[in-house]
Design a protein around this ligand. Structure first.
Ligand SMILES: Cc1cc2nc3c(=O)[nH]c(=O)nc-3n(C[C@H](O)[C@H](O)[C@H](O)COP(=O)(O)OP(=O)(O)OC[C@H]3O[C@@H](n4cnc5c(N)ncnc54)[C@H](O)[C@@H]3O)c2cc1C
Length: 389
């Protein structure tokens, strides 16, 4: 057993940390995140271009398609280090990675070559449009968005919700019903739907965190998609997506781990600086206990996240571990940000400081991309208990 990163992984980790500290210090991210994005104008376009210029949009993508190669471990290192300063904004990378990986894995050669190198270069943006107003956790049972054949393509009618970046993206990676099947996991198809058409309207929803990124309600009224833009096989979309979900959960776990790291740094710095009753507040035992607890939770989140990534990269079943890592890291990071806010007292509540940003951003990851209750259902089922839903 070896708990160390390889030299190559460690070098990469250091280079990402230097890049983030240089280009995206916490103060800059704080400014970016504060302004709600209603029309795409506050979307962090510069950050997206910088990710492309640094080659980060290609991490985990095949070299033959313009990527940097690498597996879940190297992706998790990138996510962890970006999130230390950027918190929820890091998910801009997660969305692109999930979409590029799904296209790389299942799309036709032509679509792959048309999309993946352009996405890696930051020239094409693709958002995920899976959740619906009436279908979140019970996605398959509640899905009503439907695609019907029309000549050389499909017409899509329905609505999606929470599609992050949809208002600034060129295409949506969208799951729609294509046939009625007794099995709810069948009869769904994955499409790459062009957003530049009158039948598709994406409207950002005001939200608690990640305000400049924009998460949208998407209305689809006879939206057209050519048949060449079907990803994988018709009616097999859910089966395709399932295989990239573990990777997505590992990346969310890494994001939350990075947030916990950033929170702990700020909590320690403030505890050493702020004085009360003739002491630094970090001399008080309760503050020390909270910070010590952060360190213990960070160690657990790291262990689970990188173990899940290791299993994934070694071709082993990472289903339970990646779900556990996502749930644990999200809960621990939320706990840490809440205690961090308390350590900063009134300044924890001030928009001038980063703690409130971490607190708002990381709360999301107990809800999406899968809720922590659903993770517990799956873990219980993996232990031989009856499926509860
Ligand atoms: C900011 C943000 C960004 C997002 N980005 C995207 C995106 O880019 N693309 C996309 O497709 N989706 C996105 N989502 C959607 C996200 O994946 C869903 O919100 C999530 O899957 C939960 O679905 P829901 O909100 O409908 O909750 P619901 O399914 O309505 O759940 C409500 C509550 O009931 C609980 N519950 C439901 N069923 C069970 C059960 N069987 N056992 C126990 N508890 C249960 C849930 O755990 C939860 O606590 C985003 C969401 C947010 C908030």
């Amino acid at each position: 057993m070896d708990f160390r990163f390889s030299d190559e992984e460690e070098d990469f980790r250091r280079s990402v940390r230097d890049w983030v500290n240089d280009k995206y210090p916490k103060s800059k991210v704080n400014e970016m995140e504060r302004k709600e994005d209603h029309d795409g104008s506050n979307f962090p376009h510069e950050f997206f271009s910088d990710l492309a210029a640094a080659g980060y949009l290609g991490v985990g993508i095949d070299e033959s398609l313009g990527g940097q190669g690498g597996g879940a471990t190297i992706q998790a290192i990138l996510m962890d280090e970006l999130a230390r300063n950027l918190a929820g904004l890091t998910w801009v990378w997660g969305i692109s990675s999930f979409c590029a990986k799904s296209i790389q894995r299942f799309a036709s050669q032509q679509l792959r070559e048309e999309f993946v190198p352009a996405m890696v270069a930051g020239e094409k943006k693709v958002a995920i449009a899976i959740t619906e107003p009436g279908a979140g956790t019970d996605l398959l049972g509640g899905m009503v968005t439907r695609a019907r054949r029309d000549g050389d393509g499909f017409r899509i009618n329905g609505a999606k919700i929470w599609s992050t970046m949809a208002h600034v993206s060129d295409f949506l990676l969208l799951l729609a019903k294509t046939s009625d099947s007794e099995k709810s996991s069948a009869g769904k198809t994955l499409f790459l739907v062009p957003t530049d058409q009158p039948g598709l309207v994406a409207t950002p929803i005001p939200k608690l965190g990640m305000r400049c990124v924009g998460s949208c309600e998407v209305q689809l009224d006879d939206a057209y998609v050519p048949a060449t833009h079907v990803i994988g096989e018709v009616d097999q979309g859910w089966r395709h997506i399932l295989t990239t979900l573990n990777n997505e959960r590992i990346l969310v776990a890494a994001l939350a781990t990075g947030v916990l790291r950033g929170v702990m740094e700020d909590a320690i710095a403030y505890a050493k600086e702020r004085r009360a009753f003739g002491h630094a507040i970090g001399d008080f035992q309760i503050i020390q206990f909270w910070i010590a607890e952060m360190a213990m939770k960070l160690a657990q989140a790291e262990l689970l996240t990188y173990k899940a990534a290791w299993l994934y990269d070694n071709g082993e079943d990472a289903g339970v571990e990646s779900s556990m890592a996502k749930a644990i890291a999200a809960e621990y990071a939320t706990w840490a940000a809440d205690r961090g806010l308390q350590i900063l007292g009134g300044m924890g509540y001030s928009a001038e400081f980063d703690m409130q940003r971490y607190w708002r951003d990381v709360r999301l990851y107990q809800i999406g991309p899968v809720t922590n209750e659903m993770v517990r259902n799956m873990v219980a089922q993996s232990l031989g208990l009856e499926r509860s839903f």
